[in-house]
Write a protein that binds this ligand. Structure first.
Ligand code: GDP
Ligand code: IMO
Ligand code: MG
Length: 430
């Protein structure tokens, strides 16, 4: 029995949702293990688009179990809204097919406000967060003052937990000249929705153990990308969780040996939303062209995504950091009309050539990409399902990319639609 962890190998939005949905045909359970509703995963099935933020991308398929693990930060109102939206599209979400970890930490309105206050105060030095309260919620988690799903079970307990978290937040709010946050209304609001959340809650570690005994196949669905990892990404321009594959174990309650294969989702070029270094960024007509053709607008915040050439140095690095076994290359079709295509194969820092991303933001902003140029294929690859049908120049680009990053390309995506995917090697069968 094989379990797969799917992670983004760049700065997020690589097409994880599409690939997880496509792979979930062969899985029994799909589990989110980190992040929150900063994620925006898009699925297109027979022309119908589903945008998922917290719900795992297996939710649209019948007879699959979708799970939110303990490592995810959950805004309970955002979750209920998303469930309502997806149910309106005819999808079933009930306690038989959806589970949320009782130990998942909640994102509450004061987290969102703190995210906004900080971003606004930082001005040009802002991170460019999604302003969903992700960072402040994770801070409270490691600060041991967070409210977890299980805390919604008892009013007395909830009252005490709110008291302690608000003591911390209100001290900061007062210092920043902001209104203090009132406990009683929030407690009332939480108790009102508590039954709707608690009906899905279970100890996820125990469920995973059951799934393993029942020989169910598990897909762990990552959010964001390795370059946004709080330890390994372009710090401080990162998210507040570990986005690497090993997070799938801690974020759900199983050992690392429960993950048998790590699939890295990799865009055939590079995008980034928010601030921070981006060595191959194209602030020109080609960048505009890629953004328009690739519809590079954020799923969550509708912000324009920054676009650039494929950065082989970065992806080779994230493959090592996250232990990626193979990659799914996405959005190849977006490059169809370009005369030539570039791939970054080295950087130059202060006149010296380097083969990895330096650790400080200062150096990351200074490095200059060194490119290898490939001729474009100037014909449509949209919807291609067999590698033999790809133009030779496209195949040359793909094989050079595979060779450079040092990981097998196991599939290639050629449109947003679920089935427009070339299968080269089935990760479930390796
Ligand atoms: P995620 O966050 O990694 O799940 O990615 P997003 O859903 O935020 O962004 C990826 C976007 O690209 C979505 O709009 C997808 O529908 C779209 N997409 C995924 N794969 C392909 C592909 O192969 N070709 C094209 N043209 N679009 C794709
Ligand atoms: P998916 O799962 C792309 C970025 C934000 C910002 C930084 C920190 O759809 O790939 P946060 O709100 O997390 O504190 O913001 O991380 N970011 C993403 N960028 N895709 C995502 O998720 C992202 N989630 C967060 O834009 O730069
Ligand atoms: Mg996204």
């Amino acid at each position: 029995m094989k379990n797969i962890a799917v992670v983004g190998s760049q700065w997020g939005d690589e097409g994880k949702g599409k690939i997880v949905d496509w792979l979930s045909e062969q899985a029994d359970v799909v589990i989110r293990f980190q992040g929150g509703h900063n994620a925006g995963h898009t699925l297109v099935i027979d022309g119908v688009t589903y945008k998922l933020r917290l719900l795992p991308s297996g939710i649209v398929r019948k007879n699959k179990i979708s799970v939110i693990g303990n490592g995810v930060v959950v805004d309970p109102w955002a979750l209920l809204e998303e469930i309502k939206e997806i149910k309106a599209k005819g999808i079933t979400v009930d306690p038989n097919n959806f589970i949320i970890s009782e130990s998942a930490n909640l994102i509450l309105p004061f987290h969102r406000e703190m995210d906004e206050i900080r971003e606004d105060a930082a001005g040009e030095k802002k991170i460019g967060t999604t302003r969903r309260g992700i960072g402040p919620a994770y801070e409270d988690k490691v600060g041991r003052r967070s409210i977890r799903v299980m805390d919604l079970r008892s009013e007395k307990n909830l009252d005490q937990r709110l008291e302690s978290v608000l003591m911390h937040h209100n001290a900061i709010r007062k210092g920043l000249g902001k209104k203090i946050f009132e406990k009683n209304q929030l407690k009332k609001d939480l108790l009102k929705i508590a039954p709707e959340i608690l009906k899905f809650s279970q100890p996820v570690w125990l469920k995973i153990d059951e799934f393993k005994k029942q020989k169910k196949r598990i897909l762990f669905e990552g959010a964001q990308g390795i370059l946004l990892d709080v330890d390994h990404g372009t710090y401080p321009f990162v998210t507040s969780s570990n986005t690497v594959a090993s997070s799938a174990a801690t974020g759900t309650g199983c050992g690392p040996n429960s993950i048998n294969y790590v699939l890295g989702i990799t865009k055939a070029y590079t995008t980034r939303v928010g601030e921070g270094p981006f060595p191959t960024e194209l602030n020109d007509k080609i960048g505009e062209f890629i953004g328009t053709r690739g519809k590079e607008f954020g799923t969550v915040t509708s912000r324009k995504r920054r676009c650039g050439w494929f950065d082989g140095v970065l992806v080779r690095q994230t493959i090592k950091i996250s232990g990626i076994d193979g990659i799914a290359l996405t959005k190849l079709d977006v490059l169809d009309e370009l005369d030539e295509i570039k791939m970054c194969i080295q950087y130059e820092l202060d006149g010296k050539k380097i083969d990895y991303l330096p650790a400080t933001a200062e150096d990351q902003l200074k490095i200059k990409p060194i490119y290898k140029t490939f001729p474009g294929w100037k014909s449509s690859t949209n919807g291609v399902k067999n590698i033999k049908e790809l133009p030779q120049n496209a195949k040359d680009y793909i094989y050079a990319l595979e060779d450079f990053i040092g990981a097998k390309i196991s599939s290639i995506s050629t449109s947003p639609e679920r089935d427009d995917t070339i299968l080269i090697e089935n990760p479930f069968e390796i």
